[in-house]
Design a protein around this ligand. Structure first.
Ligand SMILES: Cc1cc2nc3c(=O)[nH]c(=O)nc-3n(C[C@H](O)[C@H](O)[C@H](O)COP(=O)(O)OP(=O)(O)OC[C@H]3O[C@@H](n4cnc5c(N)ncnc54)[C@H](O)[C@@H]3O)c2cc1C
Length: 454
């Protein structure tokens, strides 16, 4: 067991979990968070009627790494307080109707002539593409017709109509829409035996998916959600209590002013409050350019565009029409919303009829999204009854939170990451800002692996 000092910067889920991993390895740990509260993107807010909403759609899942999952969900022992979800129910709205069995857009809903032409192309594309740009990938796996009638409109909805779609890297497809439904169930199931088709087609029926899962012994991913009307913020509060009980010093509303080093070894961290922390290891889950600045190293700057998330949290006077799905994708370009979270289906203890509708936009577009328009879109999609009324609400704007993944973005991130890596030895850069990964589970697995290598 080491008896050294570790400083963690960033109190999101990555910093929190890493503080426990380092504490278990014998470090004295101090965690620095610039905001007033801990949790980063995982947080819940309540409206005037007490309905709890999450920032974005955050339904955390187990990682498959025992030590990590024990930290994440080991305290989730009171089953009356927690909903353990073996299968996350999803679905999607595309071409004017819902499909509540699959998250993937169904090409069979396109105009018959477009569909036939698209299928002809798709069937003939038998090589698995290995492109770095999502547009090229889609053209070479789905074909021109399906790319332009399905994928491009979704990319424009997420990343903006003015974005150069051809310059987006594969990370732009992280929500999975480059896989589509296009063929009768038996044909799709057979074609999916071939890797090139497996990567572009979804299973048409749930039974086919389950049969494949069984055959390939794919492990189940478990999801967790508090069953007590408190939203996912409750999970973060429990994690924080765990972190503090373990002896981690948690400091909020604080920033790093300077990182002091001797050669390639960081020795001290100077905080904005002038407190000085001795540091044998610095774990950085904040943006890397801030670490470079604090080290006195000029970061590379580039055209890095970030999308802003506008989230309408709405509570209605009538039950939501869908009493099954946990979250839904809205791929149809007739609406601004791209994702819905249906809380009564996640937390059975609540008596509210509430949901979150997420929109991604550029910062100057925020004011153009109005609550009444979002409600009208929900009615048009039959998510709520025509005569349902909003009885309480909250609108949340998360500025510059969602990167537009371009090659330049990737290169600048990589450059700054490598610059940090070669400048100092006792530093781990992890978390979503590192640019290495983005999803909660991937971020935590990356942090875990970095700490394991120490
Ligand atoms: C709209 C949206 C929806 C998402 N939906 C999903 C989803 O459905 N599934 C999924 O798996 N993932 C999802 N994610 C991604 C998921 O939220 C992230 O993987 C996860 O939250 C990353 O945790 P983190 O700790 O790296 O970052 P964050 O949660 O962003 O935490 C970083 C922390 O660092 C702090 N910080 C920043 N700068 C400094 C500084 N200079 N000094 C001190 N502290 C600093 C911040 O205040 C913040 O608290 C979503 C993300 C967004 C934006």
């Amino acid at each position: 067991m080491v008896n050294q000092n570790a400083v963690i910067v960033g109190g999101g889920v990555c910093g929190l979990v890493s503080s426990l991993l380092l504490k278990k390895r014998g470090y004295n740990v101090v965690l620095i968070e610039q905001a007033e509260r801990i949790g980063g993107l995982f947080c819940s807010i309540k409206d005037s009627k007490g309905a709890a909403y999450d920032m974005g759609s955050h339904i955390p899942n187990a990682t498959g790494i025992e030590e990590l999952d024990q930290i994440l969900f080991g305290h989730v022992d009171d089953k009356s307080q927690w909903n353990t979800i073996d299968k996350l129910e999803s679905g999607n709205y595309f071409s004017g109707s819902w499909d509540l069995t699959s998250p993937f857009p169904n090409a069979q809903k396109l105009e018959p002539a477009v569909y036939s032409q698209g299928c002809g192309e798709l069937i003939n594309l038998t090589h698995q593409p290995s492109e770095q740009f999502i547009y090229d990938h889609s053209i070479n796996s789905l074909g021109v017709v399906f790319t332009h009638s399905i994928v491009v409109p979704i990319l424009q909805k997420l990343y903006g109509k003015l974005t150069d779609i051809r310059g987006l890297t594969m990370e732009a497809g992280l929500f999975g829409f480059t896989r589509i439904l296009a063929l009768p169930a038996d044909v799709a199931a057979q074609l999916k035996e071939l890797p090139a088709f497996d990567s572009k087609l979804g299973y048409q029926t749930e039974q086919d998916f389950l049969a494949r899962k069984e055959r390939d012994k794919l492990s189940d991913v478990k999801y967790f959600y508090p069953n007590n009307g408190e939203g996912i913020g409750h999970w973060v509060q429990e994690l924080l209590a765990h972190v503090e009980k373990a002896g981690v010093e948690v400091i909020t509303s604080e920033r790093v002013k300077k990182i002091v080093r001797s050669g390639t070894q960081i020795t001290h961290i100077e905080l904005a409050s002038d407190r000085v922390l001795s540091s044998d290891l610095l774990f950085w889950s904040a943006p890397p350019f801030i670490a470079l600045n604090a080290l006195g190293i000029e970061p590379q700057r580039g055209q890095m565009e970030l999308r802003t998330a506008v989230i309408f949290h709405l509570n209605f006077d009538k039950p939501l029409t869908n009493q099954k799905s946990h979250y839904l994708w809205v791929w149809d370009s007739s609406t601004d919303i791209f994702r819905l979270t249906l809380y009564p289906n996640l937390d059975k203890s609540v008596s509210h009829h509430h949901l979150s509708a997420e929109i991604l936009c550029s910062p100057d577009e925020v004011s153009s999204y109005l609550l009444e328009d979002v409600v009208a879109q929900l009615k048009a999609m039959c998510v709520i009854d025509e005569d349902a009324q909003v009885i309480s609400s909250q609108t949340q704007v998360i500025n510059n939170t969602f990167p537009v993944p371009t090659k330049e973005f990737k290169d600048v991130n990589l450059h700054n990451f490598e610059l940090l890596d070669k400048s100092v030895d006792n530093l781990i850069v992890s978390g979503r800002y590192s640019g290495k990964c983005w999803r909660q589970a991937d971020v935590l697995i990356d942090a875990y692996n970095s700490i394991k290598e120490l």
